[in-house]
Design a protein. Structure first.
Length: 214
């Protein structure tokens, strides 16, 4: 699997009724999905499916996030959420903003997305930007399966905003290499390309999700 397709293991079932997304960008992702929904019942069922661990391993690539989702009424169903890749001009603006301040690069390396990077660039999806697809027989979009996938994607985004950057068209390596060419040295004296070599992209901490019987 190339670095333009990242795979994440399936989340186990979890207990609790806390908020799905902890970060502002994770919440923005969920808001875009919820604002697109025409049937709130599908969202509620999708949330239950996500919590129950019915979503399989998730793959993220430019413009597409996909998984299979089990269902009490059949399945598994192949489900995906599509969103447009950023234009060259938008990437140039975003990378320029990231390179303007060393703190922005440091934040990205700490797996934090500075809000200013999304001020003038459509990095976070808005209403209608998420295009769900599923081979289930339902006609509502997002269906419960696409909703379940979207809920779990917010967990991935919480852990690593580079997942969002990949879905928008650039890998972590590409982003950091380009930032390394635009900057001299951040405040801590580490070049972006050198910093990448010592930073291993983390998977979400599955220990946070307490398994429950299925």
């Amino acid at each position: 699997m190339t670095d333009r397709v990242r795979g994440f293991p399936a989340f186990p079932a979890r207990e609790g009724r806390g908020p799905f997304a902890r970060t502002w960008w994770g919440r923005a992702w969920l808001q875009a999905m919820e604002d697109t929904a025409l049937d709130l019942r599908q969202l509620r069922r999708g949330r239950r499916y996500a919590v129950a661990g019915l979503v399989g391993p998730i793959t993220v690539s430019p413009g597409r996030i996909a998984a299979t989702v089990d269902d009490t009424d059949g399945g598994p169903f192949r489900t995906s959420v599509h969103l447009a890749e950023l234009s060259t001009a938008d990437w140039d603006l975003l990378l320029g903003r990231a390179a303007d301040r060393a703190g922005n690069l440091a934040a990205l390396l700490d797996r934090h997305l500075p809000p200013e990077l999304a001020d003038d660039v459509p990095l976070l999806p808005g209403i209608g930007d998420l295009d769900p697809d599923c081979d289930c027989p339902g006609f509502e979009l997002p269906c419960r399966h696409a909703a379940a996938l979207s809920f779990q994607v917010s967990w991935l985004l919480d852990a690593d905003p580079f997942v969002l950057l990949l879905a928008r068209g650039r890998t972590e390596r590409e982003v950091l290499d380009e930032l390394g060419q635009r900057t001299t040295r951040p405040a801590d004296g580490i070049l972006a390309a050198d910093a990448y070599a010592r930073v291993v992209p983390p998977l979400p901490d599955l220990a946070e999700f307490t398994p429950v019987p299925r």
